[in-house]
Design a protein around this ligand. Structure first.
Ligand code: C5P
Length: 232
């Protein structure tokens, strides 16, 4: 599986999403569909985008009892997405059950990626709200190792953590990294960022890029720039 750029399609309607995707006439980008668009438009939006020739990362971050997650994954596998995810906090049992549910009768399945700790959770809320006393980097690495033990394909993490994750979980364990900005771009609400070129150097396998492409004056040009820096 080669390196690729995934565009976060953070829109809330089919119309806005298709208007955006119409701008890409050469290569069809790998796109991320999150809760907002999925809950607004339903599973149909996944099939429609797939039919237009895009690879899809369905970012629904499942977290429930193992049996429920397994059954939900068995439904998602029929949407023919290329990658989906869950919360590692659901435990190794939940992740193993998810893999079982996601695997089709012919043995194929989408890539399954774990969220470790959300980047919106800081050390303070980890301790105060979740009663976890260990430092954040230790918790993130432990959750990544749990995901690897369960047989998952990788984790969502900061590009700043990609090298450490590869060291602990193996080179082929995928790092899918948001928090990417162009050197001359606006950071928005992202705090710890890397450029696509830096993320490549750091060993990210996939970068997830939203606003630097979706809010660009010329999204196709911004996407091409990401590819040139990260993949070529
Ligand atoms: O617009 P921007 O490039 O910041 O979008 C990044 C995308 O990655 C958004 O869809 C955001 O929800 C997602 N994401 C993130 N940080 C995480 C996990 C997901 O920014 N830790």
């Amino acid at each position: 599986m080669g390196k690729d750029v995934i565009i976060a399609c953070d829109f809330n309607s089919k119309e806005d999403t298709f208007d955006f995707l119409d701008k890409f006439t050469d290569k069809k980008p790998f796109v991320k569909i999150g809760m907002e668009l999925f809950y607004a438009e339903g599973p149909r939006i996944v099939r429609d985008i797939k039919a237009r020739g895009h690879k899809i990362f369905l970012d629904l971050k499942l977290h429930d009892i193992p049996n429920t997650v397994k059954k939900a994954m068995a439904v998602l596998r029929n949407l023919d997405v290329d990658m989906t995810n869950l919360h590692a906090a659901g435990t190794i049992n939940m992740m193993t059950a998810a893999l079982e549910g996601l695997t089709r009768p012919d043995g194929t399945r989408p890539l399954l990626i774990a969220v470790t700790q959300l980047t919106s959770t800081d050390g303070e809320s980890l301790k105060r709200d979740l009663l976890i006393d260990e430092p954040m980097d230790k918790v993130v690495m432990h959750y990544a190792e749990n995901a690897a033990k369960a047989g998952l394909d990788g984790v969502v993490c900061s590009p700043l953590e990609a090298a450490t994750v590869h060291k602990a979980c193996g080179k082929s364990f995928l790092t899918v990294t948001p928090g990417v900005r162009f050197a001359d771009g606006d950071k928005g609400d992202q705090k710890r960022v890397m450029t696509p070129a830096e993320a490549k150097k750091a060993g990210s396998d996939y970068i997830v890029v939203g606003r630097p492409i979706t809010a660009a004056a010329d999204p196709a040009e911004a996407y091409a720039r990401c590819l040139a820096e990260f993949v070529d």
